[in-house]
Design a binder for this molecule. Structure first.
Ligand code: HMG
Ligand code: MG
Length: 298
C-alpha cells in the first residue's frame, strides 16, 4: 500500500456531537479547554460546535463564545455545524473557515431533527454553499440514519446513495455517512459504503458510527477495508443526537486510534495525549470514560 493508503484522518466530533447531548449545561470554559487540549494531540480536524437554533439545542447556545475563544492551531481545521444560512452567518461572524451542513436519508428523522423534509433541507443548503464558495469556506456534508432510523425503521440504501450524491453535487467536499443510532452491523455498513462509493468518490467519503450496540469499531474496520480513509469519532466516546431516540455515544477516538496504530495505519495523533484528554473530560462530566483503551490505561 502507498503512504496515503495507510493514512487515516480522524474527524474529532466530541466537542459538538458529544456535548450537544449532555443533560446539564457544560460551562463554555470547559468546552474551550477541551478543544484546546484536543488541538495539541495532533488531530487535524476538530468539529468545535454548532450554530443551530439555541431553542432546539440549548447545550450549544454558547457556540459563538466558544468558537471565538479557542486557540486556533494553524494545522487544525475547526468545522462547525450549520443548518441554514442564518447559522452560516453566525459562524462567519466569529471567523469559521469550515462548516458542515446536515440532512438525513430518512424523511421521518429529517422532520424530527430539522423540522424540514430532505428536499427542503437541500434547498436550504444551496444559499449556504453559494455563499461559502464566494467566501472560500469549505463545506462538509452529513447524511444521517444511513443504516436505520428510530422513527422509520429500515432506510433503503438507494435513499442513502441519492442524498449523498446530491450533497456531493451541491459542492460538499466530503460526505460523512452517519449511523446516528448505532444500529448497523459490519457487513451492512460495508455494503452501504460500497453502494455510495459507486456514485461518490471514496476519497470524498467519511464514516460516522455511534456505538449504541457495540458495533462501531467493527463497522469502522469493515469500512476501512472497503477503502474509506476518513473516520469521525469522539474522545471518551461521548455523543448522541437529542432528536434521535436511543442514540448514544460515538465510537471513542482513543479506540479508533489504537486500532489503526495496531494495523500500521498512521493518524499523526499522540495516543497518550488523547487518552489524557478523554480522562480529563470524563472527570469534568463526572462519569467513566466509554473508551476501553483509556480504561485499560488507568
Ligand atoms: P425551525 O423552528 O423550523 O426554524 O427550526 P425557523 O427557521 O422557523 O426559525 C425558528 C426560530 O429559530 C427563529 O427564531 C429563528 O431566528 C431561529 P424566533 O423568530 O422564533 O426567535 N433560528 C436560528 N437561531 C440561531 N441559529 C440558527 C437558526 N435558525 C433558525 N441557525 C432549525 C429549524 C433547523 C433551525 C432547527 O430545527 C434546528 O436548529 N435543528 C438542529 C437540530 C440539531 O442540532 N440536531 C443535532 C445535530 S445533527 C446530528 O447530531 C447528527 C450527526 O452527528 C450525524 C449522525 O450522527 O448521523 C451530524
Ligand atoms: Mg452523530
Amino acid at each position: 500500500m502507498s503512504d496515503s493508503a495507510d493514512r487515516v484522518r480522524i474527524v474529532e466530533v466530541g466537542p459538538r456531537d458529544g456535548l450537544q447531548n449532555e443533560k446539564t449545561i457544560i460551562p463554555a470554559a470547559t468546552k474551550i479547554e477541551l478543544i484546546n487540549r484536543l488541538s495539541a494531540t495532533g488531530l487535524r480536524s476538530i468539529e468545535a460546535t454548532s450554530f443551530v437554533s439555541p431553542k432546539w439545542v440549548p447545550q450549544l447556545a454558547d457556540a459563538a463564545e466558544v468558537f471565538a475563544a479557542i486557540d486556533k492551531n494553524p494545522r487544525v481545521s475547526y468545522p462547525v455545524l450549520v443548518p441554514n444560512l442564518q447559522g452560516y452567518q453566525r459562524a462567519r461572524e466569529v471567523g469559521a473557515a469550515e462548516v458542515a451542513v446536515f440532512t438525513a436519508a430518512s424523511e421521518a428523522f429529517s422532520r424530527k431533527n430539522i423540522n424540514a423534509s430532505i428536499d427542503e433541507s437541500i434547498e436550504r443548503f444551496k444559499p449556504v454553499l453559494d455563499q461559502a464558495k464566494a467566501d472560500g469556506v469549505r463545506v462538509r456534508g452529513y447524511v444521517s440514519t444511513v443504516l436505520g432510523c428510530p422513527y422509520q425503521g429500515d432506510v433503503p440504501v438507494t435513499d442513502v446513495v441519492r442524498v449523498a450524491r446530491q450533497m456531493h453535487d451541491l459542492g460538499c467536499y466530503e460526505i460523512s455517512l452517519g449511523d446516528t443510532i448505532g444500529i448497523g452491523t459490519p457487513l451492512k455498513a460495508r455494503a452501504m459504503l460500497r453502494a455510495v462509493a459507486s456514485e461518490v468518490p471514496m476519497q470524498a467519503l467519511a464514516v460516522h458510527f455511534h456505538d449504541t450496540r457495540g458495533q462501531a469499531l467493527a463497522n469502522v474496520l469493515n469500512c476501512l477495508e472497503e477503502g474509506v480513509r476518513v473516520v469521525d469519532s469522539a474522545v471518551s466516546g461521548v455523543g448522541g443526537c437529542p432528536y434521535a431516540k436511543g442514540a448514544t455515544g460515538n465510537v471513542a477516538s482513543e479506540d479508533v486510534v489504537y486500532m489503526l496504530e495496531g494495523m500500521g495505519m498512521a493518524t499523526g495523533i499522540d495516543l497518550p495525549a488523547l487518552i489524557e484528554t478523554g480522562l480529563w473530560l470524563s472527570a469534568r462530566l463526572q462519569r467513566e470514560t466509554s473508551s476501553k483503551v483509556a480504561r485499560a490505561s488507568q
